[in-house]
Ligand binder design. Structure first.
Ligand SMILES: Cc1cc2nc3c(=O)[nH]c(=O)nc-3n(C[C@H](O)[C@H](O)[C@H](O)COP(=O)(O)OP(=O)(O)OC[C@H]3O[C@@H](n4cnc5c(N)ncnc54)[C@H](O)[C@@H]3O)c2cc1C
Length: 298
């Protein structure tokens, strides 16, 4: 029986592992298929305070720190969690194993919904981005497109308008129906934001002999740009959880609906900004709650 099983080995899960390990709790990190989550994909991380390097280097450092305090690692994914009558939990894994724990920290992250058109995958990280806060800085004084029309897309456009020269929002509907009025007004006020409604992209290609991209719409129009920021929603990794746990429209977990002894951290937590700094903060907080819960039972 583990004191705590932490699901996920991104920054939220690893931070929780450091705290639980240092509190001498018998801790297992169920790391998922690979170490590091989304942070492991970041080539150049510039906005996590105190760090200059790749995301994977940060993750390796955090893992070493967690291991040094006794946290164990298992590379498998949870497929189910059973709530036992005595208040403990059993985690069922995709490698056929099952493990018991007194507390669980859910830190399984989220994934940006991908743009499924030709070129979107090829140019991901080379002009196509799913995170304006992360990559916007690289487009200082340049032209960018934002794909989407919800609050996230409009927030991204406003963020990028402070950095880029021109921002064009491409939205498939005739108005920003789903976005808050205050954001719509702010977008309207910005001289360097243009909106193209009733427009969808069909493909992305590279302009010959240039670093610029060509975004081709379904009408056949070609838009030349330096970067394409996709903001069409996120989906949390929560397939392993029972339907009784309340989730928002992205599948993120509302902490108040969790049973005693179960805690949530990072991108899978509803209502947090999806960044490494917040993942680390909520990982710390979930671990401290789990430790206090365990201590109250001893
Ligand atoms: C390309 C890219 C660039 C980014 N750039 C930045 C940046 O510059 N700055 C910044 O602050 N943020 C950036 N972000 C966002 C940042 O990476 C995330 O906010 C952060 O990684 C969230 O951490 P997390 O631990 O909550 O989740 P994740 O990093 O998503 O980790 C989730 C973990 O859960 C595991 N998992 C999933 N399902 C299961 C399961 N069923 N059982 C067990 N484990 C499971 C996964 O394998 C993974 O280990 C970027 C994201 C991307 C994709």
């Amino acid at each position: 029986m583990f004191d705590c099983i932490i699901l996920g080995s991104g920054p939220a899960g690893l931070t929780a592992a450091i705290y639980c390990g240092r509190a001498k709790k018998n801790t297992l990190v169920l790391a998922g298929a690979s170490l590091g989550g989304q942070t492991g994909e970041i080539a150049k991380l510039e906005n996590y305070p105190g760090w200059a390097g790749s995301g994977m280097e940060l993750i390796m450092f955090m893992k070493k720190q967690a291991s040094s305090f006794g946290a164990k690692f298992e590379f498998a994914s949870a497929t189910d969690i059973k709530f036992n009558d005595d208040g403990t939990f059993t985690v069922i894994c995709d490698n056929g194993k099952s493990m018991d724990a007194k507390t669980i920290i859910l830190a399984t992250g989220a994934m940006a919904r991908r743009l499924e058109i030709d070129g979107a995958r090829e140019f991901f990280g080379h002009g196509v981005s799913y995170c304006a806060t992360c990559d916007g800085f690289f487009y200082n004084g340049r032209d960018v497109l934002v794909i989407g029309g919800g609050n996230a897309a409009l927030n991204d456009a406003l963020y990028l308008a402070d950095v880029a020269k021109n921002v064009t929002i491409i939205y498939r509907k005739s108005e920003f129906f789903r976005a808050e009025a205050v954001l719509r007004d702010r977008v309207k006020e910005r001289e360097n934001i243009k909106c193209m409604f009733n427009t969808e992209l069909k493909s992305i290609s590279k302009k010959p002999d240039s670093e610029r991209l060509i975004a081709t719409t379904t009408n056949g129009d070609e838009i030349e740009t330096d970067g394409i920021f996709v903001a069409i929603g996120h989906e949390a990794n929560t397939d392993y959880l029972s339907e009784t746990i309340k989730r928002d429209d992205m599948g993120r977990i509302a902490p108040e609906s969790l049973p005693h002894g179960m805690f949530v951290a990072g991108d899978v937590h509803s209502n947090i900004k999806m960044q490494i700094a917040t993942a680390v903060g909520t990982g710390c907080s979930a671990a401290m709650d789990a430790i206090a819960y365990l201590n109250s039972k001893e």
